[in-house]
Ligand binder design. Sequence first.
Ligand code: HEM
Length: 314
Amino acid sequence: MSDRDPPNAAPQGDSTKAPGCPHAANPRPEGYDGDGVPRRYDPATEGARMGFEGRMSYGDYLHLDPILSAQHPLSTAHDEMLFIIQHQTSELWMKLALHELAAARTAIAEDRLRAAFKVLTRVSRIFEQLNSAWDVLRTMTPSEYQQFRPSLAESSGFQSYQYRLIEYMVGNRNVALLKPHAHRPDLLKALEAELERPSLYDVVQALAARRGLPIPADILTRDHRLAWTADARVEAAWSAAYRDPESHWELYELAEKLVDFEDYFRRWRFNHVTTVERIIGFKRGTGGTGGVHYLRKMLDTELFPELWRLRTGL
Ligand code: HEM
């Protein structure tokens, strides 16, 4: 043991004389040195790699340097770090949700429903995770938020491009909400490109028609850039699947996956508006809307209206 080793470091050298060795003169219990102090565990003894010169490390693979150096509070308020990290982590989870929703849409269009079920379940779990995250933000009081609110200026989650992309992807398509992205042609282009594709709900209707549900032709050929409006004929078609699940099992299971996702999404909106009221009351938002009034209006959003409405008639 060198001078620089901590007092409880494992002795180096002849391993047959190491404490705990049954051949040692006075066998000692495994993992303890001569004074009975627990010996420092060294994972290198089990083959853990400890040197990364010229090799890809954990931080390299995950690009942790740019991620962990992207938090720049603009005030000296302690809680601004929480606020920034809460938003950044939400955006990361949204990125994954978009990745999975795109995969679900492709799988449904290709009649690969088992693959679609798997990723849709994952999307619900992502939103469940985002819902739990509000509990962390709720530890911030109105007084604490007020200390750094001026730093945000007019920035707001209202301008979250990924959030809007999720809404557009699943079918909630309000083109008026493209405007806050006009200053970023790259983002605007991605949002507009999304509007050119059939939404998740559109591909679900096409699948239902292929599987024999009487989805009207005008629904299947509708301009998918437009917001979806609830249609009694579509509701009636899906009611048939719910009345006889055995005959339409995959459609029935898909519909429940969508309802599950919307259920978690609704909870996200509710948690958001409740947290906002708790923190800023009825002040206007930094994005310029009526704040809680705007967010309460958003609670009425229906992503898959027919799948909810048909329940009343069953
Ligand atoms: C102190 C915490 C928060 C407050 C006070 C707050 C406040 C608001 C307000 C007032 C709006 C309405 C738009 C406006 O006028 O600004 C809004 C929208 C929004 N916020 Fe937050 N927010 C908070 C946290 C978060 C977090 C953590 C996220 C996660 C990404 C988030 C995402 C969004 C999104 C996506 C919208 C747009 C909703 C829509 O258009 O339907 N917010 N927020």
